[in-house]
Ligand binder design. Structure first.
Ligand code: DAH
Length: 330
């Protein structure tokens, strides 16, 4: 039996040990053959023979189990070593990721206003009528509500149509002076070359004691901002209307494609409209309970900026996730 044990220990792999197992413990194995001999053993000696055989079998089985565990641990260690990945190895796969043009443009705009000491605020995308319309001087049935085709939810809530409600939320939470921007997604029922149902805006609001904030301040910061974004462009403020500002203005830059000569992109006007702004309407301050303050506000669409900066002709391509488009912005 000692020989059998030595023989077994010579197996150095699990496969070799399995072979040995069949040879020793199998149906036609050595041990079975020993047990068959039992029937030829005379009655008196039978018991001692059987006892001895069972003892040896148990001892052999114990050595076998131990050896099996050793070989198995060895095999696992070898497998782990062979499958080890050196994460520090240099790879020359060149699939570098990049920021989406909308994100990149949004970051660039935020950087400017943060440098100008504006705080960044966020608000919910699911809004209520009060914050999205009412408090912004857009009472029920006001015709200007039609300017923003709205997605309504069942419970009276709606998907915010602009980032302007963050103005209201911030004013209700804080006291002047306020100097904030609010970037985020907005939603409108629109879909064509220049409109998608979801897009992004940045809102700006500055409020201080009466007389501190003027239209001149607004003109100055927006002119500087637009030249930071588009380089050496002319900036023009054109009278316009927004319910939440009075007076209101739309802001144009000289066309960056034809330098004001007139082309298809600027509809031969030489100007590109880029944002809306104005002096905060008294009714907005009333809605949030502010008195003796003045302020200015502005709002712009980020996709419009990204399209102009990257000369992207169709807004919808920004949201199709086509890798061929995205690869151009690496
Ligand atoms: N909320 C306007 C829109 O979505 C954009 C806007 C215009 C915001 C003028 C303003 C503003 O704060 O003063 O079309």
């Amino acid at each position: 039996m000692k020989n059998l044990e030595n023989y077994m220990l010579k197996a150095t792999t699990l496969e070799a040990l399995e072979k040995v197992r069949v040879e020793l413990f199998g149906k036609k194995g050595l041990l079975s053959k020993e047990f068959i001999k039992l029937k030829d053993i005379p009655g008196r000696e039978k018991r001692a023979f059987a006892e001895n055989l069972n003892k040896q079998k148990a001892s052999l089985q114990k050595s076998f189990d131990k050896h099996y565990e050793t070989l198995k641990a060895k095999a696992i260690r070898a497998l782990l070593l062979s499958e080890k990945i050196d994460v520090s190895l240099y790879s020359n796969i060149s699939n570098k990721g990049a920021l989406h043009p909308v994100t990149e443009t949004m970051d660039k705009i935020i950087d400017y206003f943060v440098a100008m000491n504006f705080a960044v605020h966020n608000g919910p995308m699911i809004e209520d009528d009060f914050h999205n319309f009412e408090a912004l001087n857009l009472p029920t049935h006001h015709p200007a509500r039609d300017m923003q085709d709205t997605f309504f939810c069942n419970d009276g809530k709606l998907l915010r149509t602009h980032t302007s409600p963050v103005q209201i939320r911030t004013m209700l939470k804080e006291t002047p002076p306020i100097r904030m921007i609010a970037p985020g997604s907005v939603f409108r029922r629109d879909y064509d070359v220049t409109h998608t149902p979801m897009f992004h805006q940045i809102e700006g609001l500055v409020v201080d004691k009466e007389g501190v904030v003027s239209f001149a301040n607004l003109k100055s910061i927006l002119t500087d901002f637009l030249q930071y974004m588009f380089g050496d462009v002319e900036v023009r403020f054109r009278p316009s209307f927004f319910p939440f500002t009075e007076p209101s203005s739309e802001v144009d830059i000289s066309c960056i494609f034809c330098e004001g000569e007139g082309c298809r992109i600027c509809s031969h006007t030489g100007w590109l409209e880029v944002l809306g702004c104005g002096i905060v309407d008294e009714n907005v301050f009333k809605a949030v309970g502010y008195e003796n303050v003045s302020g200015y506000a502005f709002g712009l669409g980020i996709e419009r900026f990204a399209m102009l900066l990257h000369r992207i002709p169709d807004l919808r391509t920004l949201f199709e996730g086509d890798i061929r488009l995205l690869e151009q912005f690496e």
